[in-house]
Design a protein around this ligand. Structure first.
Ligand code: NI
Length: 280
């Protein structure tokens, strides 16, 4: 067994060094006159080899990041329903429904953050009341919140006063949680009568936001299918529907985002997409 040298650090900790080569000039880096080589262990230079065990985290290897999108988000159009933005710019809006979820939503937020992507979350009011801290984090990290009703019922069967109550309770919960007012709504199951859309637009100023790309992720086809459906359906101005309620959807997102970024798409929020449409 080779004898090992012991190096005492300034902190007092002791570390064992492998026995040095006795040959001079073997490529090792030299430590200065007043360093360890002159005092600690007999004048031999210390060789600091590369750390071959280190691997950077996976997300650092890809390095795909959405640019900073400093676009206005104030919109004032007349349209009651939108399902896409303009087709002449490579912008897409990623939307996530039915959260916040205590595990999936924070995991999604981490994935979004490493890529500088801002998304829009259509939250259910009862979930907002259960997990207000997650709603605060969504807002603090620059994402947008939309109204997805309080109880996630099919709205077409509701009276006007029940409909208003679904919207109002959810808006109040969001304001309580994160001190922001939602600016758009999405109906559960995409089901909302034309007169109901008009009522919500006039009473709450929410346009109804549908979508142009639907991977049917709620049927749980598996992450790779969700990813390929979104990539295949993506287009300029796309509003992409997904659900942060389902773990496999979150599993699909790193690859989905990287696919879209590498195709040249840039992610913006629904309000930014509407603001670009102007007075329509
Ligand atoms: Ni929903």
């Amino acid at each position: 067994m080779k004898r090992r040298k012991i190096l005492k650090l300034s902190s007092g900790a002791l570390i064992a060094l492998p026995a040095c080569s006795s040959k001079k000039g073997d490529g090792g880096s030299k430590i200065g006159k007043h360093g360890a080589s002159s005092s600690g262990y007999g004048g031999h230079p210390v060789r600091l080899g590369a750390n071959t065990q280190y691997r950077p985290p996976a997300y650092m290897n890809k390095g795909l990041r959405n640019p900073n999108m400093n676009l206005p988000s104030h919109f004032s159009g007349k349209s009651v329903t939108h399902s896409r933005g303009l087709s002449n710019q490579p912008y897409v809006a990623m939307t996530f429904d039915d959260g916040p979820h205590p595990q999936n939503t924070p995991r999604l937020l981490d994935i979004l953050r490493t890529r500088n992507i801002k998304a829009t979350f259509y939250v259910i009011g009862s979930n907002v009341d259960r997990y207000p801290h997650i709603v605060r984090r969504i807002v603090a990290e620059g994402h947008e919140i939309g109204n997805h009703t309080y109880t996630h019922r099919k709205l077409t069967a509701l009276s006007n006063s029940e409909l208003r109550r679904e919207m109002r309770r959810t808006e109040d919960a969001i304001v309580r949680a994160a001190a922001v007012k939602p600016r758009t709504m999405r109906p559960p199951y995409g089901a909302l009568l034309q007169r109901q859309r008009s009522l919500i637009f006039s009473d709450f100023t929410y346009p109804t936001i549908m979508w142009s790309v639907d991977p049917n992720d709620w049927k749980r086809p598996g992450p790779s299918v969700v990813r390929s459906r979104i990539l295949r359906g993506a287009h300029n101005g796309a509003i992409i529907l997904a659900h942060d309620l389902h773990a496999p959807t979150i599993d699909a997102m790193p690859g989905t985002f990287d696919d879209l970024l590498s195709k040249g798409y840039q992610f913006i929020t629904v309000s930014q997409l509407l603001a670009l449409k102007g007075q329509v």
